[in-house]
Design a binder for this molecule. Sequence first.
Ligand code: SF4
Length: 507
Amino acid sequence: MKIPARPKVIIRHCDAYDPDRIRAIVREGLDTLGLSPHGRTLVKPNCVASKPQFPHAFTRAEFLEGVLGALRDRAGDLEELAVGERCGITVPTRLAFEGADYYPMFKRARVKHYHFEEVPQVEIPLSHPGRLRDYLFTPEPVARADFFVNCPKFKAHPWTTVTFSLKNYIGIQDDRHRLIDHDHRLDEKIADLQYIVQPQLVAIDAIIAGEGRMLTPKPKRLNLVILGNSQVATDAVCCRILGLDPRSVDHIRMAHERGFGPVDLDAIDVLGDVTLDEARRRAEGFEVGLVRVEKYFEGTAISAYAGPPPEPERTDYCWGGCPGAIEEAIEILRQFDASCDAKLKRIHVVFGAYEGPIPAKPDERVVFIGDCARYEGEVGGKLIKIESLYRDRSTKDPHEAKHDDIFVKMASVTAKVAEASRTKSPIRLAGCPVSVAEQVLLLVAASDVKNPILDPENAWRFNKAYLAWRGSTAAQRLRGKPYQVHGPCSRGGAAPEVETPRADAEE
Ligand code: SF4
């Protein structure tokens, strides 16, 4: 795993989603970086969610098409050119690819594609100090890629401040593995994922960037294509464009401290036809920032209370887990139901070891979300005691991780809400984390808000993609192909090694 001794980051002007123009820019970038795609070349976009509800959340098809064209133009001995991704959990990647208009583009670009939740997952051993666990699972196409291209969207993220190239690695795990450690130590998880593979090329879609949020960002036109040969350096330059210190973003700081690349501008060659100052000018006022759940829901029908997660000595708030998930859940519902906020009845949601008051009236719902939620006190005139269900992460074995089916979840959440209504008791949602999808289902079950999965306009597309996904994995099982391949994969897991600078590089 080689890290360039002096990484290059190229900032280019591009004011249109024109595949030909993007192709020319990326081709020139490959030349400047001295890169030639070869062997199995895999491109990983950010397609967490797509149209019609999430038009600014994903790497645009035209951008990918330009990148793929440039890779083909500069390819050496190419065995395969492919695109792979796992979109937001529980939703079929097929649905996200369709909404992003990727399928016709794959045909035009003559590339293969992988839905990462439908391919075997292989085990990558880890041995670096400070790791969260000794191995991770990743989709086979990622583990066997000879030339890896990370192609994220330039976006803000309310749990990790930003999502550029390092954070895009959350999509190189399927649901069951992605959810492990997706909690208050999410930034460490992202840093650990870096040991799986490092991209030779980073190409960031910053033509229309996304500010404020992750699934429903506000579009912000930056008219930029950002290329690099080190993802720490590239993310660091993106932070500088926003006026952020890259060390203030934990996963960038950790990856830097572990040797994945520099964050200081004097250790990076910043090139291109747009200066850093000009890029900064274009990004002026770009909204980023971590937003606590209590603040986020101020003025709505949701009252949120958050105590510290386990290991409070590390952080007093679970930035990567349940509280952030409910912020995304409401954003999803607002996209599907314009009257969402008006339809919500007062609901109190409680996270972590909360010790303050919960001023709920007797007829208002109270929900304790996440394994680590615990509480003792009076709620709605009754004394209640909620015990923590949290299990230390060392007791969770990725070999044993199970997939949570969305329809099974829907049935169980609906039953829990109905039971709580009958007994007039608080609702407890277990899990670490409780996913965005499950919190969507909670808010739907506890109100008259439209269920996105059953929404007539969406249901046909969702069910078609869901059945194709489940059919594909069932067919593989019938053919005797294991979904999860145990035993360490021979590739990945190595510590980063800084390349020896070439003599001519000093000129
Ligand atoms: S249960 Fe939720 S809030 Fe608690 S540590 Fe896990 S992810 Fe964080």
